[in-house]
Design a protein. Structure first.
Length: 189
């Protein structure tokens, strides 16, 4: 019994050493990014009396990113945007994964997926707040300006599970989907 416990501890320790050694051997490059994102979000409003309306929520916002590039082929990042229109703010925080496709030494294409949370706040007679899941896909291109500075241009499509229903008025407001275009600069260190 003691022998089994000792063997299990040895296996666990050997596994931890192997994992840490492979992580040290992996080429990691961290980055910070900022840029402008133009977003067009489709919003639906409906009511029990047959009221049904669609509208577009368009805005250009600052997009901030922080992440890591793994072995020059995989990029994992967190991004933050805040859209505003009239009395409405929509803040989105996403986890992103991109597969990087090298075209030459300075130029890469990418394709990836994202998922996260969107919070909507409407300042009306009273403050209304609701949030939910945001998920989708993105494609783009990255060009190395210098060894540490890169220019990024991307397109994304996002679906939302974000809605608010008012039982008292039988009214429902929901975000449906959005398309975005992003242009920005990333600093790699």
């Amino acid at each position: 019994n003691k022998k089994d416990k000792s063997m299990k501890k040895l296996v666990v320790m050997a596994s931890l050493v192997a994992v840490s050694t492979s992580m040290m051997a992996m080429d990691l490059q961290y980055f910070l990014g900022a840029g402008a994102e133009r977003t067009n979000t489709n919003v639906k409003a409906s009511g029990a009396d047959g009221f049904n309306e669609k509208d577009d929520f368009k805005d250009t916002s600052l997009k901030l990113k922080v992440g890591v590039i793994l072995d020059k082929a995989h990029r994992i990042s967190l991004s933050h945007t805040k859209l505003s229109k009239d009395d409405t703010d929509a803040t989105t925080i996403l986890g992103n994964y991109d597969y990087l496709i090298p075209m030459n030494e300075e130029f890469r294409l990418y394709a990836g997926l994202h998922a996260g949370n969107t919070k909507v706040e409407i300042e009306d007679v009273e403050k209304i707040s609701f949030s939910g899941l945001a998920y989708g896909a993105q494609v783009g291109a990255i060009y190395d300006i210098t060894k540490n500075v890169e220019f990024e241009l991307g397109l994304s499509y996002t679906k939302f599970n974000v809605d608010r229903a008012e039982d008292a008025t039988w009214y429902k407001l929901e975000l449906d989907n959005s398309t975005s275009m992003f242009a920005g600069i990333n600093y790699k260190f």
